[in-house]
Design a protein around this ligand. Structure first.
Ligand SMILES: *[C@@H]1O[C@H](CO)[C@@H](O)[C@H](O)[C@H]1NC(C)=O
Length: 318
């Protein structure tokens, strides 16, 4: 005798309820595995054919070597980065950061014939510390052809890459006197103010002054301090002709501002929503510079990356 429908349905429902749990656990585990797989693939992006620069850059060719300063800034152990300002918990993870990255930068600069400048004396305490990068760049620009600004949560991860080759990769030729004045990278949010180049010129000086003057963007007590938003605002407002002449955007973020890709749901969402941006910006072995933008526990990150570089025997120059 076949059971009446009223008797069968509850059993079916029970069975599907029993299936629901293992199925969702399986889906969850699969997603976890593919997060880890994505992280592994992105970490080896360069080995599987990603190019951060259009040319295997060798500027060379009779031009004078430009005078370049790498400038960074820290506030008595509380180092500067776009996302430090305010937020006790966050800024505490910045404590002592400069000390852990300074050796790396100095060694690279000495090897390549650049100056490294810790501009902490220029800190303006009336604003979140991140804003002082503008003052730091502005005041050292007059002594150099180029200033390369680094937030303190960055490390040189491939010391064989020269800054000239990076400039070459953006400008497309080796005559650095005929070049955009501001060289930046773009991430998911557009232009990033954590790492950039400025060329000594009247345009640059005026631009930096204008940037500093964007006081309405100054933000206290948030993870953002407003300097990056102000930069984006100014660049967005430039007439296209001026923008073309004075602002150079790196063809790939990984040319000099790579972010570690963490297997998190947020990263997964970004990977799906903007795969190309993720691909071009994820930190991979061989990249010139890693930037721990928005990450907590930066000191541990830095220790791990340095250790990793030593093990891969890039360490001799790190
Ligand atoms: C910036 O503000 C100062 C003080 O208000 C002003 O003197 C200067 O001309 C401004 N500079 C630019 C480039 O806007």
């Amino acid at each position: 005798m076949t059971p009446r429908p009223s008797e069968r349905r509850p059993r079916l429902r029970q069975r599907s309820r029993r299936l629901w749990l293992p199925l969702s656990i399986t889906a969850f585990l699969l997603a976890l595995v593919s997060l880890d797989a994505s992280a592994a693939v992105l970490r080896h992006a360069n080995a599987i054919g990603r190019r951060c620069s259009p040319a295997e850059a060798s500027p060379g060719g009779g031009h004078l070597k430009p005078r370049i300063a790498i400038v960074s800034l820290s506030d008595d152990g509380e180092s500067i980065a776009g996302s430090v300002a305010g937020g006790r918990r966050r800024s505490s993870s910045f404590k002592g950061l400069m000390e852990t990255v300074e050796g790396n930068k100095r060694k690279y600069a000495a090897r390549m014939g650049y100056d490294f400048i810790d501009a902490r004396g220029l800190l303006d305490r009336s604003r979140p510390p991140s804003w002082s990068k503008i003052l730091a760049v502005r005041s050292h620009l007059r002594y150099y052809d180029w200033v390369f600004w680094n937030d303190a949560d960055t490390l040189v991860t491939n010391p064989d890459v020269s800054l000239e080759s990076i400039l070459f990769g953006v400008i497309g030729h080796g005559d650095f006197d005929v070049s955009p004045d501001l060289i930046v990278t773009e991430d998911f949010n557009g232009v990033n103010a954590g790492v950039f180049f400025v060329r000594r010129s009247e345009w640059s000086e005026r631009f930096l002054d204008t940037w500093w003057n964007q006081t309405s963007f100054v933000q206290f007590g948030s993870t953002k301090s407003g300097d990056n938003a102000a930069l984006k605002h100014l660049l967005g407002r430039l007439p296209s002709e001026e923008s073309r002449a004075h602002v150079g955007v790196a063809p790939s973020q990984c040319l000099f501002n790579s972010y570690p890709w963490l297997p998190t749901w947020k990263s997964a969402y970004r990977l799906i929503s903007s795969p190309w941006t993720t691909w071009k910006g994820a930190y991979s072995d061989g990249d010139f510079m890693v930037h721990l933008a928005g990450l907590d526990d930066k000191k541990r990150w830095i220790a791990n990356i340095l250790q990793d570089l030593v093990e891969k025997s890039v360490g001799h120059a790190i």
